[in-house]
Design a protein. Structure first.
Lengths: 193, 589
């Protein structure tokens, strides 16, 4: 996944559609006042509620710098700037972080790199590793590790110890994993005893 | 009788006892009246007669000023000679949403200058939406030797340098509460400016700051301050650091954690769990930035007596919330993000029978493509389980009239009902009708309603309902709603207790504005922006009502005749003289 996350522009980006999609938005703009109204009388068009998801369709809102088809209304929804900034920062930090780790496989001529953040669970990760290296890792069991195959996935944690993949909760794992090593045969099983 | 319509009163000399008709000596009267804490009661008491007015003035130690421009510091000092604690609110509430120009005003400095001379023994200052510069903070620190408590909420204009001045000079500081301000965070060691033997702190809240504080100084500080009851750290404090702090502070009643994202060893996890087991006195828990959910269970032992849980910075899922809530049997107030979704709110309904207040904030308010968050179903689920609910702030993307009707039927005791359907002008998504009946149900059923925020597609009918039924309503917020002047006229005519009215992007014009002519002097303020009010309408209002300040904020390049943003408020201090060029003060003369 690519992010233009370096300047946190994503949060304020004015888009015409879903990220990656080419379709322009069909929704009309939410109410945005035209400052050119001369008469205090309400003009008929401004009172009309055109469709289910639109309110007053206006143009020329001076509060927005760029003129997109969909304008972001100033100060709406009514969230305090503090909270807005706070949470955007958190999200951007989380989104911007990649977790690339090296993966080595015993007997393979070179290493690979994968982004742990791409995966949501152990099964997903293991499947990806199996596909990447064309091998079978098998099922995890707490008592016996990865039985039923020659390979066991291990990782080096922040303390420098080599651990068996799968023992700790997923989130804890991705934060502590520094590199992966898929070991072969009896070496892997040795970790269990 | 409206106290604000009295002419400015000089505080008279106390007449000698023999000439007064009162059966009590002044001292007794003052003692008795001194026991009154409520501002409303004091206000009533001061209207009884001159003696009581004087006695109340002499015995008042705390003054609350809801609009800093409604009165001048000189007038306050003249009436209340013995003030030790001041609460001041400045900018209109919509400044929180960037609708007010940055240099608008509400600067604390002119108040501090008067206070330095009239209240040199001032102890407490609580400010909301005021501009506070570093120079002002230093002035405060240097001129008030008894100063004890500083609370800044949603203020701007200062940096950590100002905090350093407070820390350096305020020898008797008991409270430093820095919340949700626009601080210029210059980092630096402001915390380390507190003297090494300083130990009187009871409240410390620096959750607002993004930069690191000197942890060693903080640790030494909290171990010295045996009376510390409230500690809210910022997100840079790790779990391990937090644990070291908590070991020193078992007496805490309010805790704001730092980040819950540090990776822990098993030993550290157990130690942390044990530490939280000893936090039995906590009634408030907040913070929980960047929470790593496997670690949430360490908090469970500390939640037994929690009455207020603020998870509004923690992106929890429904299941995680459910697990946490099972350990919070005493919960009265809960703030969450809408990442918990309806499932999470169902868990609230099931686990929190004592709940009185719920706030659901949107995690992604500006991304309309996201179809997550909470719906009407979550709110309804809460209403079935939490019959004592009386305060709600709810951000959602869809709502129905039927759902709201059910909700208020389950919970008829709402005092604060703030519903924000995030897409402006959105109708009932099932029937495609306006949301008039929803708010009609609210005002008809909830006779104690004090505060209402409306949203969705609304016609004048909503405001007819509000005017007819919401007889206890004090604050009303309206956006993208209404059909004509009639709507606003209904509110102004019907809501007898209305004090604050804030309106944006509605088709209300001069007729509506002027229909409230008589009413605005009994209100704190009126805000109207992006409506149909013109300069002429505002000038007329200002001319007819000389005791109102009518201010218009013009936007760049807008039509000369349009009054883009109007702020009207009663004042005994006359038009203000510190307005920036973008704010026109329309004088009545």
């Amino acid at each position: 996944m690519a992010y233009e996350g370096d300047l946190n522009l994503k949060a304020t980006e004015l888009r015409l559609g879903l990220p990656g999609s080419d379709e322009p938005r069909k929704k009309s703009t939410p109410s945005v006042r035209s400052n050119k109204r001369a008469s205090p009388e309400i003009s008929e068009e401004s009172r009309t509620r055109s469709n289910s998801s639109a309110s007053i369709a206006e143009n020329g809102d001076r509060d927005i710098c760029a003129p997109p088809a969909k304008a972001q209304v100033v100060g709406w929804p009514p969230i305090r700037s503090y909270r807005k900034n706070c949470f955007q920062t958190q999200q951007n930090e989380a989104e911007g972080t990649c977790m690339y780790v090296k993966v080595s496989v015993d007997g393979a001529p070179y290493l690979r790199k994968i982004d742990l953040k791409v995966y949501k669970s152990y099964p997903e990760l293991l499947k990806a590793l199996e596909n990447m290296f064309k091998l079978t890792i098998g099922e995890y069991s707490e008592r016996e590790g990865y039985n039923g195959s020659n390979y066991s996935p291990t990782y080096e944690d922040k303390d420098g110890d080599w651990m068996l993949v799968g023992d700790v909760p997923w989130e804890m794992f991705i934060y502590s994993c520094k590199r992966l090593r898929i070991v072969r045969g009896s070496e892997g099983r040795g970790l269990r005893h | 009788m409206d106290p604000y319509s009295k002419r400015k009163k000089e505080l008279p000399e106390r007449p000698p006892e023999s000439t007064r008709p009162s059966p009590f000596p002044d001292e007794v009267l003052e003692l008795v009246l001194g026991l009154l804490k409520s501002n409303k009661d004091r206000s009533s008491v001061s209207l009884v007669c001159k003696d009581w007015y004087n006695a109340e003035s002499w015995s008042r130690t705390h003054v609350f000023i809801g609009n800093c421009y409604s009165v001048s510091p000189e007038i306050v000092a003249r009436r209340f000679p013995k003030i030790r604690s001041v609460t001041l609110k400045g900018k209109p509430r919509f400044s929180d949403f960037n609708l007010v120009p940055r240099n608008w005003g509400a600067d604390i400095q002119s108040w501090l200058v008067v206070f330095a001379s009239k209240y040199p023994f001032l102890e407490e200052l609580r400010l909301k939406r005021m501009t506070v510069t570093d120079e002002s903070l230093e002035f405060l620190a240097l001129n008030f030797p008894n100063f004890k408590a500083l609370s800044l909420l949603s203020c701007d204009g200062f940096s950590t340098d100002g905090l350093a001045a407070i820390a350096t000079h305020c020898k008797n500081l008991t409270e430093l509460d820095i919340q949700e301000n626009g601080i210029d965070d210059k980092s630096g060691n402001w915390l380390g400016c507190l003297p090494e033997n300083f130990s009187s702190l009871e409240v410390l809240n620096f959750a607002n700051l993004n930069s690191d504080v000197n942890f060693d100084a903080l640790e030494r500080l909290v171990s010295r301050c045996k009376s510390l009851k409230v500690l809210k750290v910022n997100k840079n404090i790790s779990l391990e650091q937090l644990q070291r702090l908590l070991v020193c502070t078992p007496q805490l009643t309010e805790l704001g954690t730092g980040s819950i994202s540090q990776e822990l060893t098993e030993r550290q996890y157990t130690e942390l769990e044990n530490t939280f087991k000893h936090c039995k006195n906590l009634d408030t828990l907040s913070g929980l930035w960047e929470v790593m959910t496997p670690y949430l269970p360490v908090l469970y032992p500390a939640c037994t007596n929690l009455t207020f849980l603020n998870l509004s910075y923690a992106a929890l899922q429904g299941l995680e919330l459910a697990n946490l809530l099972r350990h919070c049997p005493q919960l009265r107030r809960l703030w969450v993000l809408d990442t918990v979704e309806d499932k999470g709110l169902e868990a609230v309904g099931s686990n929190c029978p004592l709940l009185e207040e719920l706030r659901v904030f949107p995690a992604d308010p500006f991304d309309e493509e996201i179809v997550h968050g909470v719906t009407e179903a979550g709110f309804v689920a809460v209403s079935y389980g939490c019959r004592r609910l009386h305060y709600v702030l709810y951000f959602c993307r869809q709502m129905t009239n039927a759902a709201v009707a059910t909700i208020v039927q389950n919970c008829p005791n709402f005092t604060h009902f703030r519903l924000c359907i995030m897409n402006p002008g959105q109708p009932d998504y099932m029937t495609n009708e306006p949301m008039d009946e929803a708010f009609g149900a609210v005002v008809k059923t909830c006779s104690k309603l004090q505060r209402l925020s409306v949203s969705g597609l609304l016609t004048d009918l909503t405001f007819e309902y509000v005017g007819r039924y919401a007889k206890n309503l004090e604050t009303l917020s309206v956006a993208f709603a209404g059909t004509s002047d009639w709507g606003m006229q209904c509110v102004l005519g019907g809501c007898t207790k209305l004090r604050k009215l804030e309106i944006r992007d509605c088709p209300f014009g001069n007729a509506a504005l002027l229909s409230g002519l008589e009413k605005y002097e009994s209100m704190r303020s009126l805000w109207m922006s992006s409506c149909n009010v013109t300069m002429n309408g505002c000038r007329l209002l200002a001319r007819e009502m000389p005791r109102l300040n009518v201010e218009v904020m013009k936007e760049e390049g807008s039509d000369d005749s349009q009054a883009d943003k109007v702020y009207v408020y009663r004042s005994v201090a006359g038009p203000r003289r510190d307005a920036p060029p973008s704010v026109l003060t329309l004088s009545g003369i």
